[in-house]
Every structure is written in structure tokens, then in C-alpha cells.
Design a protein around this ligand. Structure first.
Ligand SMILES: C[S@@+](CC[C@H](N)C(=O)[O-])C[C@H]1O[C@@H](n2cnc3c(N)ncnc32)[C@H](O)[C@@H]1O
Length: 347
């Protein structure tokens, strides 16, 4: 469904979101995080050595849909494990969310929030308002619309923004004066380098304010074989997801990259505790991206994503650097995944 958009550009200062429209019971705000910089970002990234793009470039509409498909693959344990933890400990988690606004960063299909909303409703502590925040606008709005129709008592707000930028919530009655808890599931924190993760958590701490909460899903360090299978599934969906970037560059930037001449690779780098995901050129080749020629050596790799894995103590120490104290945590029986509740300390 089309959305009426105003312009409000992100800056170094928290961006006051400008209302863009109301769709299917959802108040929509758009900070235009992608359009103006996708071309510039891609050209810079493809001309640097080694080639690397920020993970956010992977999430156009098709990328967001492919990510959902990844989460349904048998090898991809994080989603089902996190959902199980949220469902099993929902009553306890609900006590932390009491009557406030829940702001979900990187909300995607807004599936996990359903498990939480059911838990808080069951615990008779229904949430008054939900804010979904994602860079992939169409997917965000459609997911929030579905949520609003499923939970009619919930004020639902969609903000299309880049969560790596400082952000403040719109001044609307549904959100004004309420305590705030951030929700960052999916171990998406792992896509950020540790210093970037601290900067991100620092922005979250500013948004929720002293005493505000953060409920976060974090993938744990584990056996290499389990990790590599999760990020390179047998059905090839992870590969399609990464290679969709080339498809997106061709479509949006008038490029002629030959998708048949690239393949996807994923490795666990144990020394630094992260999965590294690449698109690898099968041959020496060049392609035009708009009016710029880009060359690849045979075997040259373009880094598309990192996914850092943490120990519970390692993550608590990282969050501490951003002023968050881990006050509760839950891990599944196989110790695959951590869900943690953290509280922002005062200044
Ligand atoms: C790994 S998926 C997680 C989706 C969902 N929260 C889950 O747990 O399944 C990451 C989500 O974050 C969004 N995203 C990635 N980078 C972003 C950025 N810089 N700002 C806002 N959203 C971003 C993507 O569009 C995607 O929906």
C-alpha cells in the first residue's frame, strides 16, 4: 500500500521523526535512511581494498523476504531457539516490560514481538504501544500493519530509519511520558563490529533513558560446524540472500554484474569469534555500475556481513561499556543462544 512521505534527514543529532502517514492503523514515520546513500555507499565499497559493504545494504524488500526464509531453514537454530526462550520465560520477561513502550530495532517481520505480546497479555500486563524500527520500509510497514490488526489495543508505530544513527521517538500522544524498553532480537547486534556495537548500545541507552531497559537476543560462541551450517544452509537460501545484493545493485544502480560468475562463502573465524560472509568472484572480470567500471580478480571476495558470537560474560562486558547492566539472562538447555535484559545506568 503506498505511504505518503515527508522528508526528514538523519543527522548527527537525534532525528525528530516527521509523521509520514497512517496506514492500516499504523502511524508511519520515514527518515529516508537508504535512498540517498545506496549508490554512494556501493561505489565507495566496491572501489576499496578489500571490498566490503555494510550489512544494511542486503535488506531491500527481496533481501528482507529471503532473510525470513533463512530463519526457516533447519540449520538456522537462532530464530527457533530465541523464540523458545521468549515463550518459556515470557512471564518473567513481562515483569520487566510493565506498561511501557516497546521499541523493536531491526523489527523485520515483527514475528518475535508476537511471542512477547502473547506473554505480556497472559501475564495481564498488556503493552500500550509498540514501535517497529527498520531500514526496509515496505517490509516494515506491512509487518506493522499485520501486527496492528492482530493486536487492536496496541498503538503501533513504524519508523523507517537507520538504527546506527542517533534517533529520538516522535512526540505523539501514544508514546509521550511512557517508560521505554528497547527490543533487539535475532542476534542482529552480531552484525556490528564490537566498537560499533558499543556505539549502537550507547544510542539505545540515550533513547530509553536512565532506568530504561533493553531486551536483546545474542548468539553464543559454539562449535564451528554448527555455526558454518547455520550460515550456509544446504538449500542455498543464505547464498541467495547474499547474492541478492548483486541483483539489487543491477536493478537500482543500472549495473551489469553477472550473477553466474560469483558464489557465496561463509567461514567461522574462531580467533575473533565471528562468522564472515562473502561474495566471491569466480573469474577475473569487470562490470559497470552506472558509469563506473569495477574490476574483480579471480577469487577476490566482497565482504557482505560479519556475525559476531559472544559468551554471556563477554556480551555483559561489551554492554557495560555503553552503560548497560545485565540484570537478567536466559540461555537454552543446549547453550546455543542468550536472551538478556539490561538496564541503562544513569549518567
Ligand atoms: C537479522 S534481521 C533480524 C530480523 C528480526 N528482528 C528477527 O529477529 O528475525 C535484521 C533486521 O534489521 C534490519 N536492519 C539491518 N540493518 C539496519 C539498520 N542499519 N537500520 C535499521 N534496520 C536495519 C533489516 O532490515 C532486518 O529486518
Amino acid at each position: 500500500m503506498p505511504v505518503m512521505l515527508d522528508s526528514a534527514l538523519p543527522s548527527d543529532q537525534p532525528s525528530p521523526a516527521t509523521q509520514s502517514g497512517e496506514v492500516g492503523g499504523v502511524q508511519v514515520f520515514d527518515l529516508h535512511p537508504v535512498e540517498e546513500d545506496f549508490r554512494e555507499t556501493i561505489l565507495t565499497c566496491l572501489q576499496q581494498q578489500p571490498k566490503a559493504v555494510p550489512a544494511k545494504c542486503l535488506y531491500d524488500k527481496r533481501g528482507a523476504e529471503l532473510f525470513v526464509k533463512i530463519t526457516q531453514q533447519p540449520e538456522y537454530y537462532p530464530t527457533r531457539t530465541e523464540l523458545k526462550i521468549l515463550a518459556e520465560h515470557g512471564a518473567e520477561i513481562a515483569t520487566h516490560l510493565a506498561d511501557g513502550v516497546l521499541v523493536e530495532y531491526g523489527s523485520g517481520s515483527s514475528k518475535k514481538i508476537g511471542t512477547l505480546l502473547d506473554a505480556v497479555t497472559k501475564a495481564q500486563r498488556p503493552l500500550p504501544a509498540y514501535v517497529g524500527l527498520d531500514i526496509s520500509q515496505q517490509h516494515l510497514v506491512e509487518s506493522c500493519e499485520a501486527l496492528a490488526s492482530q493486536y487492536p489495543g496496541l498503538a503501533t508505530v513504524a519508523i523507517c530509519a537507520d538504527y546506527t544513527q542517533p534517533l529520538s521517538l516522535p512526540e505523539i500522544s501514544a508514546l509521550r511520558g511512557k517508560s521505554k524498553t528497547a527490543f533487539f532480537p535475532g542476534s542482529t547486534i552480531g552484525n556490528l563490529q564490537p566498537d560499533e556495537a558499543v556505539a549502537f548500545l550507547d544510542n539505545v541507552a540515550q533513547l530509553v533513558g536512565p532506568g530504561g531497559g533493553l531486551l536483546i537476543g545474542v548468539d553464543l560462541q559454539k562449535e564451528k560446524a554448527i555455526l558454518e551450517a547455520a550460515y550456509d544452509d544446504a538449500a542455498g537460501v543464505s547464498a541467495d540472500f547474499a547474492l541478492n545484493l548483486l541483483h539489487r545493485i543491477n536493478g537500482e544502480l543500472g549495473a551489469n554484474l553477472d550473477l553466474e560468475q560469483f558464489r557465496y562463502r561463509a567461514f567461522y573465524n574462531e580467533a575473533v569469534g565471528r562468522i564472515e560472509m562473502y561474495i566471491e568472484s569466480l573469474v577475473e572480470q569487470s562490470a559497470s555500475v552506472g558509469d563506473v567500471m569495477i574490476s574483480f580478480e579471480a577469487g577476490e571476495r566482497l565482504l557482505t556481513e560479519h556475525s559476531y558470537k559472544y559468551s554471556p560474560d563477554g556480551f555483559a562486558a561489551l554492554a557495560d561499556r555503553a552503560g548497560f547492566e545485565m540484570t537478567s539472562s536466559w540461555v537454552d538447555a543446549e547453550q546455543l543462544f542468550l536472551v538478556a535484559y539490561l538496564v541503562a545506568r544513569g549518567q
